[in-house]
Design a protein around this ligand. Structure first.
Ligand SMILES: Cc1cc2nc3c(=O)[nH]c(=O)nc-3n(C[C@H](O)[C@H](O)[C@H](O)COP(=O)(O)O)c2cc1C
Ligand SMILES: Nc1ncnc2c1ncn2[C@@H]1O[C@H](COP(=O)(O)OP(=O)(O)O)[C@@H](O)[C@H]1O
Length: 317
């Protein structure tokens, strides 16, 4: 897959079969659109082209008090789309100027001029241009004159599909990581750098790597204890070491209850990994975070959590 970030420097596409969207999460709903894109491209001997925007448009033109938290960082999205077998990904820098284009300019000066589409596959509710005034009907008006095919993803399919980035975000925020995984088609993951905590973990017999997420727009799932796998990247060899563990997301009411932290205890592991980067995949939420009556009670629970996590991971690996 070729990734293009400069609209002014695009190749000439062969029968571009295009879809447009933010594709946050690259979930199963997105995958069915990608399947359709590939099918058409094969039939017309064309290339599959996805146009996406970065930053997320809702971060630029949205008026939400809480900025939208994302399921995938840009590098993760690129990785997932590459794995899905797309030929070209165009990452359009989304800014006020791009958002302010009239819908007519968007179609003529952006879509047609730069992509000369053979086919555009788009949801019936897709909106574009200033104030999201452009819609499917406007594209239809251009289709004949500029000789491109317009394929509508039927509204019925979109409405009946229970898969949406919003629903997956809600599932993760409510602690339903299994539902999220069923809709994503993979287990949710994030990446972080190991930072110093208050060095209490090792005295409990459960050292925990405290993580600072690499991408601060990434969604942090609900507080609680999770069975996880960890990928540790060896910077020199670029090999990934796969490890099992358990993770707590929360404020640790037993010890301080102040800041929200993400911390992972890795099983059968004893190395100093401060400053390293870990990718953590959530496999199951085991329980809520609780306030224990002292550190001994917490330690006993951690031993039970380790058993629960190990037995869950043994079943799934
Ligand atoms: C799997 C796991 C579950 C945890 N569950 C709780 C909990 O329910 N309540 C709590 O107060 N702290 C919980 N903790 C956090 C511990 O209090 C924390 O790891 C300990 O204070 C060490 O902190 P440090 O890494 O800053 O040294 C949990 C930690 C892990 C790794
Ligand atoms: N099994 C393990 N799981 C997680 N971290 C470990 C483990 N063994 C050693 N470590 C190292 O110890 C650190 C965690 O120890 P801890 O006492 O909890 O300190 P901190 O409060 O700084 O996180 C990790 O950042 C890592 O460098």
């Amino acid at each position: 897959m070729q990734v293009h970030r400069n609209i002014k420097d695009l190749p000439i596409f062969r029968n571009a079969v295009i879809t447009i969207g933010t594709f946050d999460g690259v979930h199963l709903g997105h995958c069915s659109i990608i399947g359709q894109l590939k099918e058409v491209a094969t039939r017309v001997n064309g290339e599959t082209v996805i146009i996406t925007f970065h930053p997320h448009p809702r971060r630029i033109v949205g008026n939400e008090a809480q900025p939208v938290q994302l399921l995938t960082s840009l590098p993760e999205k690129i990785h997932l789309l590459r794995a899905a077998g797309i030929d070209h990904l165009i990452v359009v820098p989304f800014n006020q100027e791009f958002a302010a284009q009239s819908p007519q300019d968007y179609v003529e000066s952006f879509l047609i001029r730069h992509f000369n589409p053979h086919t555009i596959i788009i949801g019936y509710d897709h909106r574009f241009g200033h104030n999201r005034e452009g819609d499917f009907h406007l594209l239809e008006a251009y289709a004949e004159k500029h000789a491109f095919q317009l394929v509508e993803i039927p509204g019925k399919l979109l409405e009946e599909s229970t898969i949406s980035s919003t629903r997956i975000r809600q599932a993760l925020l409510q602690g339903d990581s299994e539902l999220a995984a069923n809709l994503l088609g993979y287990d949710y993951f994030f990446e972080g750098i190991v930072v110093k905590g208050n060095q209490l973990g090792r005295t409990l017999g459960f050292p925990t790597a405290n993580l600072q997420l690499t991408d601060n727009e990434k969604l942090i799932p609900a507080n609680g204890v999770y069975a996880v796998t960890v990928q540790r990247l060896n910077q020199t060899t670029e090999l990934r070491q796969h490890l099992n563990g358990m993770m707590n997301i929360g404020v640790r009411p037993t010890v301080d209850g102040l800041n929200r932290v993400i911390e992972v205890n890795i099983f059968n592991f004893d190395e100093d990994i401060y400053g390293e980067s870990l990718q953590v995949t959530l496999h199951k939420r085991l329980r809520e975070e609780k306030k224990f009556d002292g550190l001994d009670a917490l330690k006993k629970q951690l031993a039970l959590d380790r058993e629960a996590s190990q037995s869950f991971l043994a079943k799934t690996s």
